[in-house]
Ligand binder design. Structure first.
Ligand code: GDP
Ligand code: CA
Length: 302
């Protein structure tokens, strides 16, 4: 079975683990690059790295970075008066150095990440949504435009967000393999990721939304459980962008895109038909790989 998953970081990575554990599944994860930025001179790709580390089973305790990493270099930066709020671990730095060096030599991100994934023993295909740069930028209620990591890490997603843009999206093309994977997929799955901050930037790349919309079997997993995000600003950003609260907001965020939405048991009051979309309730807390696999099996009907 060929499956494509669209993913942000932690939530999408967890679902990818579940899909990856099923022997008959050939998985391609198409990952958001709107969070990519240059930090301390390095090109960081937080969502791609989270997906690869999680598939390799070596992710950090919060879901990002690497398990058992140390922060010696990051701490030392303070000596030179450098803002080191964005924490780059020592092991994580090696990956970031490799990526930055190879990008500087002109190699495409997709090729670099596929080599990096292989070096960790990851067999599923992990593709950046594009080899071009796309930068998520956010307008707060004070009229200031913020870069993604400035908003998310430095200001700890406290700003009220009124508008989101994905700079460069109109000039970007899907990375090699993305369109082919979607067109050949038996199912397209949208992971439990933040819709405006992780999935919309993928859909914004010309051609991708059309390909997903015209695919006959597209299912999203709700990132909201009982109206709340497990972590992070999904609920607050969706609300301040004008989406209705809870599952209604998730349905509106993916209007015209999905055929099916899987919500948590906590939201089973929504199960049934909502317009064109079939809503099903299931266990969607999938931190443990066994639970992620159970959800993946339910998703694929096996
Ligand atoms: P990132 O990790 O910051 O890139 O963010 P994501 O795009 O992965 O979105 C985080 C969202 O994932 C939050 O809204 C969480 O509620 C959701 N999430 C994380 N883990 C899980 C999970 O196990 N189940 C479900 N349903 N949602 C999850
Ligand atoms: Ca992210």
């Amino acid at each position: 079975m060929r499956i494509v998953e669209l993913s942000g970081g932690v939530g999408g990575a967890r679902l990818a683990v579940g899909l990856d554990r099923i022997p008959d599944v050939e998985l391609t994860v198409v990952v958001n690059i709107g969070d990519d930025e240059v930090i301390q001179g390095f090109h960081v790709s937080p969502d791609l790295d989270t997906v690869i580390y999680t598939l390799a089973g070596i992710q950090g305790p919060e879901g990002w970075g690497r398990a058992g990493d140390t922060f010696v270099t990051n701490t030392e930066l303070a000596r030179f008066g450098i803002d080191n709020t964005f924490q780059l671990g020592d092991l994580d730095l090696a990956l970031n150095m490799t990526r930055t060096q190879r990008l500087g030599a002109g190699e495409p991100l997709s090729k670099i990440m596929s080599d990096i994934a292989r070096s960790f023993g990851v067999e599923s295909h992990v593709l950046p949504a594009s080899d071009d740069r796309i930068e998520t930028r956010l307008l707060n209620d004070q009229g200031e435009w913020l870069g993604f990591q400035e908003y998310f890490v430095i200001r700890q997603h406290r700003d009220v967000i009124k508008e989101v843009v994905y700079d460069g999206d109109d000039r970007a093309t899907p990375a090699p393999g993305v369109m082919e994977a979607i067109e050949r997929a038996d199912q397209v799955v949208i992971g439990p990721s933040n819709p405006p901050l992780s999935i919309w930037p993928v859909l914004a790349i010309p051609g991708v939304r059309d390909a997903v919309e015209s695919h006959p079997a597209v299912t999203a997993i709700s990132p909201l459980i009982g109206g709340k995000a497990l972590k992070g600003p999904a609920a607050s950003v969706m609300a301040s962008l004008g989406l209705p609260p809870g599952i209604e907001g998730v349905l509106e965020a993916y209007e015209g895109v999905v055929d099916r939405l899987i919500v948590d048991h906590a939201d089973q009051a929504h199960a049934g038909r909502e317009g064109e979309v079939e809503v099903t309730a299931a266990e969607t807390m999938i931190k443990e790989p066994e639970r992620a696999e159970a959800l993946a099996r339910l998703l694929l009907g096996i």
